[in-house]
Design a protein around this ligand. Structure first.
Ligand SMILES: [Zn+2]
Length: 234
């Protein structure tokens, strides 16, 4: 279970920025007093594909170094490697084809080792950890929260997207396919709290909408792009 509480939004964003660029995150804020950070996690296949992409890239760089100086067997310093590879870009199609060849082998090895990957969208992890977040808030404030804000790197996935988050059961409640639908269910399950969603980017099929059209696709939910005073924390 993901559970990382912070006292301020700035601290929560520092945590977010410690991850690689383009990480999909969600920060849950309760009354501006406590913040909880969640990340989307790839499944094992996607993870092995990323590893394979990286390994193949390194291999192609080694091949390029060899091609530039076939008879040079000296150990190179990182600065020398960087200098020699300046301007080199691995051929995209070749890299992809080799990655596709390597991924199934890595996946097989990971499965043989019994590697378990807790995959899911950040919204799913927030919903799963909700009780713990409320307990933590109540320890600090000695009452139930009245206001919640959700800061998203990307707008919630919708059923029109390629791979919307799958349905799940939490505390006996069914959360349907897509994070959009899950958030409706989640807000309905917590009616005493006033909710607001802030996002940095529009996701997938929502990329073609403008901010107003996006908001009208979430009737009854307050959803808007992050304002400059929030964005400056990022
Ligand atoms: Zn999602």
């Amino acid at each position: 279970m993901q559970f990382r509480p912070f006292d301020t939004l700035s601290e929560a964003f520092v945590r977010v920025r410690s991850r690689p660029p383009r990480t999909i995150y969600l920060i849950l804020g309760l009354e501006g007093a406590r913040y909880y950070v969640f990340f989307s996690q790839p499944d094992l296949g996607q993870l092995m594909n990323r590893l394979a992409t990286q390994k193949v890239g390194i291999n192609m760089e080694i091949e390029e170094l060899k091609r530039l100086q076939p008879d040079d067997d000296h150990v190179l310093l990182p600065s020398q490697v960087a200098q020699r590879l300046a301007g080199f870009n691995a051929n995209h199609n070749a890299r992809r084809a080799r990655t596709e060849g390597l991924t199934p082998h890595l996946l097989e090895q990971a499965q043989a080792l019994g590697v378990q990957q807790d995959a899911g969208h950040a919204e799913m992890f927030m919903i799963e950890s909700w009780r713990r977040c409320v307990d933590d808030f109540m320890m600090h404030r000695h009452r139930y929260p009245k206001r919640g804000e959700i800061f998203l790197s990307h707008t919630p996935c919708r059923t029109s997207d390629d791979q919307p988050s799958p349905a799940m059961l939490v505390d006996g409640r069914n959360y349907p396919t897509s994070c959009r639908a899950k958030l409706y269910t989640f807000f309905k399950a917590n009616p005493g709290i006033r909710w607001k969603i802030w996002y940095e980017l529009r996701f997938g099929s929502a990329e073609q909408l403008n901010d107003t059209e996006l908001a009208s696709d979430f009737p009854g939910i307050e959803i808007a792009r992050m304002t400059p005073d929030v964005l400056h924390l990022i």
